[in-house]
Design a protein around this ligand. Structure first.
Ligand code: ADP
Ligand code: ZN
Ligand code: ZN
Length: 726
């Protein structure tokens, strides 16, 4: 009899032993069905042993090792162990966080379906002439295959009738289906365009650094052709029969990216991995990655845990993006895990951005990462936009707009060009107020305000999601005259519609893009020139090409300049560079107008000069002076309870439990979080800092053990290592 060490999906920092008659070392990494309490649970075997601390009489037997799906590889389990140690979360939780839902559960075991492709068969060339014009779907499929072989997934995505048409074409012998199994190396790469000299330089630098682990920071301005670099590197990886992992912030915001990848690699198995996929599909993609058939895996942060036996390249695009950090459960940074993974696998990783995170930039400056620059726009006639500030104090605002902004908008309308009004606040107005008694629309469940949404006459909390109908009278004094205060995108849309009745105005924010497919449809309308003025939040800022857009107007960005959150200026700069990058991407010159009370603020001056390095140096100097990351490493212990007093009390006890910190580690007093009350829970936190990551980790390890040993109570707590939210 052997003893199985099994990790279960539980918030407990321990593994569980089970007896098994027929287990061998080949079963390490397999899923296993085990009895747990009076139920059965799925676990993962992480090791075998001869003896157990559980007395042999009490040791339960595993029900069955689930050998139908392949074992998780040794290096994958090591990656999980690393995350468990670094983020101080139970190994079982980390392992299960990395598995698709269907593999986390008992029940029918999903198995891998083979990825397939099609090519023309005998007579396929002449088939087009024999098909009537109305056989649109079949004709389109044949057209595609006349150019090259094509992956089945891609053909099926062409139209609703593709599935039926493919099988009929195959029955007629005009096309042939074949399995892509294990042959990624045969896939073609469509070069499409010649690299410019800067891009060639960058590739050469990467080549020169030779094989093995190396982290590169590809710092390229917006539109400098970073994607082209990624594609070339991936093409080589694929040609060598290896796998490439590409992480992007939010796939739903860049629907064209996957399409671009597929057209450039027409017959290479490519899978996406993100939370928008149906369970079955996500499981299939995951299994294709694990089997080594998927040569390219394109996904969001969760894809960093894809099993990749032939991994040879990792790319992280927009590496500064906050969405790479998971803010619940296992609070990991996919970018940081990706760097660890590249190190573990001994392969290159490319972090790309126009505005790198200061942590990353500091590594590049110190030489720990290699810095590669793209300083020119790739499309020869495209120029960086002209950035100017408009001093709000010198103008009388009308409905929130200074006259120069209105004039600039009118000019674009006249010339038939597009404008984007950028405001990072959705809804109609951020708050409803009563002028008689000073009542404001606060959320009952959070320490935040309810935002007025006029379209459906609701007050809505953007923190917890609660909503109530707009009151007709002030709930406090009965006054009938309650007013919206401040501006959101809905109100801007209404203002602009009144001001420019002839303009086609399109609002693009979380509310207007909630329905599936609506975001892609709006992008189509913009790119097709069917909108004149776009009103949008940051979801419009990411990586889209709007060739006819020549003006970006930024409203109300000032609040981040003097925020209590030391990361706010870094984020604002990145966001403004991104949104400014939408203007003037094709031949037309672009202009960015920033309406501000502080036209001389260094952030805006740096922005106007497109000077990220200068701005970053200033921020880094400030951070060093103040003792903030990247010059110190941080972790927070957070607590949540019904009363803020209990949360703070718990943190005080926890600090005592930790004992006096050794030299080099600073333990701060517990404080309420900046949004202290969220969904009826009061939240507080305790910050730790150290200039030594190792010292901090050692300290956290012993502390976490003690915390986990505390008896269960009403206070919920978690550790967040390298936090970005306070
Ligand atoms: P980034 O990701 O750096 O913002 P993209 O990769 O989206 O930039 O490239 C911007 C535009 O430049 C795209 O339309 C792309 O097709 C084009 N482009 C990239 N490289 C070249 C090149 N060598 N010659 C011409 N156009 C290019
Ligand atoms: Zn009132
Ligand atoms: Zn709320």
């Amino acid at each position: 009899m052997t003893i199985l060490r099994v990790a279960l999906d539980l918030p407990l920092p321990r593994v569980f032993d089970y007896a098994c008659d027929d287990a061998t070392t080949a079963d390490i990494g397999m899923r296993v069905l085990v009895p747990f309490g009076n139920k059965q649970a799925i676990g993962v075997i992480i090791g075998l042993a001869d003896k157990s601390e559980v007395g042999s009489g009490k040791l339960k037997a595993a029900v069955r090792v689930l050998r139908e799906t392949p074992a998780l590889a040794r290096d994958w389990l090591e990656l999980a162990q690393f995350c468990s140690d670094y983020y101080h979360r139970p190994l079982g939780e980390v392992i299960f966080n990395g598995l698709p839902w269907r593999l986390r559960q008992a029940g029918a075991t999903p198995t891998l379906k083979e990825a397939a492709a099609y090519r023309l068969g005998d007579g396929g060339r002449e088939a087009l002439a024999q098909l009537p014009a109305r056989a649109k779907v079949k004709r389109a499929l044949l057209q595609t295959l006349l150019q090259s072989d094509c992956a089945e997934q891609l053909l099926l995505a062409q139209s609703a009738g593709a599935k039926k048409a493919l099988s009929e074409l195959a029955d007629a012998g005009w096309i042939e289906r074949y399995l892509l199994q294990g042959s990624p190396g045969n896939g073609r790469f469509i070069e499409k365009l010649a690299l410019n000299s800067e891009q060639k330089q960058v590739l050469k630098h990467i080549d020169d650094s030779g094989p093995g682990y190396q982290a590169f920071l590809l710092h390229g301005i917006t539109g400098s052709g970073k994607t082209e670099i990624y594609l070339r590197l991936i093409a080589r990886t694929v040609a060598a029969g290896k796998q490439a992992l590409v992480l992007v912030p939010e796939i739903s915001l860049t629907p064209s990216l996957e399409q671009e990848f597929r057209t450039r690699f027409p017959d290479t198995p490519l899978v996406s991995l993100h939370s928008g996929l149906a369970d079955g599909e996500r499981t299939q993609h995951w299994l294709q990655a694990q089997s080594g058939t998927a040569a390219i895996v394109l996904g969001t942060r969760l894809a960093v845990f894809a099993p990749l036996p032939k991994l040879a390249l990792i790319v992280v695009d927009e590496e500064q993006d906050a969405s790479f950090k998971q803010q619940e459960g296992l609070r990991y940074s996919a970018r940081d895990v990706a760097v660890f993974r590249a190190h573990q696998a001994g392969i290159p990783i490319v972090l790309g951005s126009a505005t790198p995170a200061l942590e990353t930039y500091a590594h590049a400056l110190s030489g720990r990462y290699r810095l590669l620059r793209l300083a020119q726009r790739a499309v020869p006639q495209a120029q960086l936009p002209l950035v100017r500030t408009v001093d709000m104090r010198k103008h009388k605002l009308e409905d929130g707009f200074a006259p120069p902004l209105v004039e600039a908008l009118a000019e674009r309308l006249e010339r038939g060009e597009q404008s984007l009004v950028f405001l990072n606040r959705r809804g109609y107005a951020p708050v409803l107020m009563c002028p008689a008694c000073d009542w404001v629309s606060g959320c009952k469940r959070c320490s935040s305000r309810m935002v007025l949404h006029l379209a459906d006459r609701q007050l809505r909390c953007h923190h917890c999601g609660a909503s109530t109908p707009v009151p007709r009278h002030c709930p406090s004094c009965g006054n009938a005259d309650v007013h919206p205060f401040g501006r959101g995108t809905q109100r801007l849309e209404a203002t602009l519609a009144a001001r420019f009745p002839q303009a086609r105005i399109l609002r693009v924010d979380r509310d207007s893009t909630r329905n599936k497919g609506s975001f892609a449809r709006m992008l189509g309308e913009i790119q097709g020139g069917r909108a004149d003025i776009l009103v949008g939040t940051q979801i419009l800022a990411k990586g889209h090409d709007f060739p006819n857009l020549t003006l970006v107007a930024v409203l109300n960005a000032d609040s981040a300049l003097y925020s209590a959150d030391y990361r706010a200026p870094e984020r604002l700069f990145a966001q403004l560079v991104q949104v400014a990058g939408r203007a003037g991407r094709a031949g037309l010159p672009g202009e960015v107008l920033i309406q501000t009370q502080y036209p001389k603020h260094p952030l805006y001056l740096a922005l106007a000069q497109h000077d990220f390095p200068g701005f970053a140096q200033t921020l880094l100097a400030e951070r060093e002076q103040a003792g903030f990351p990247p010059y110190v490493f941080e972790a927070v212990l957070r607590a949540e309870a019904a009363e803020i007093g209990s949360a703070l009390e718990f943190l005080r006890e926890a600090a005592e439990l930790a004992g006096p910190p050794p030299a080099g580690i600073t333990l701060y007093d517990p404080v309420p979080m900046s949004v202290a009350r969220l969904a009826e829970r009061e939240r507080a936190q305790l910050l730790l800092q150290s200039a030594s990551r190792k010292a901090l980790q050692t300290y956290l390890t012993t502390w976490a053990e003690k915390l986990h040993a505390l008896p269960q109570r009403a206070v919920r707590w978690h550790l967040d290592v390298d936090p970005i939210e306070f």
